[in-house]
Design a protein around this ligand. Structure first.
Ligand SMILES: [Zn+2]
Length: 140
């Protein structure tokens, strides 16, 4: 594709408000590199240039190319499966909102069970990987 900037007098495909379809237009006015006013070469009417709707290339709605969507939770559970053998359950710290945790620290949560601190998730928040996936918890 040529990268030559458009200028007034050039042809451009645009949707004509009268013809109600894509027709060739002549650019009447430009603002910077964007055509603002065009004249339809079919009906000769002048109107504002509207950018054609950008077609999203591989749409997620396309049923033909069904790619299995990666479930982040499944990824986390997988991650847990891989990490779990290296965990020393006895070293796990009982979870408390008042405690601050180091990265990779092992914690024991009353609901989610054993978890490993993955990263800081903001002020006084940590992301912890549990068997059931990652959760964001309060911390001290
Ligand atoms: Zn027209």
């Amino acid at each position: 594709m040529s990268s030559t900037p458009l200028s007034a007098g050039d042809y451009i495909e645009a949707k004509c408000s009268k013809c109600r379809e894509m027709t060739n237009h002549t650019i009447v006015a430009m603002v910077e590199d964007v055509p603002v006013k065009v004249q339809c070469n079919t009906c000769n009417s002048e109107h504002k240039y509207r950018k054609p709707a950008v077609k999203k290339a591989p749409s997620a709605r396309k049923p033909a190319t069904r790619r299995p969507r990666v479930d982040p939770k499944a990824v986390e559970q997988q991650q847990w499966q891989e990490l779990q053998p290296s965990f020393d359950e006895k070293a796990a710290i009982a979870y408390s909102m008042e405690t601050s945790y180091k990265l990779r620290a092992l914690i024991n949560h009353p609901t989610f069970g054993l978890g490993q601190v993955q990263e800081s998730a903001g002020t006084r928040k940590i992301k912890v990987l549990f068997a059931d996936g990652a959760k964001v918890l309060r911390c001290g």
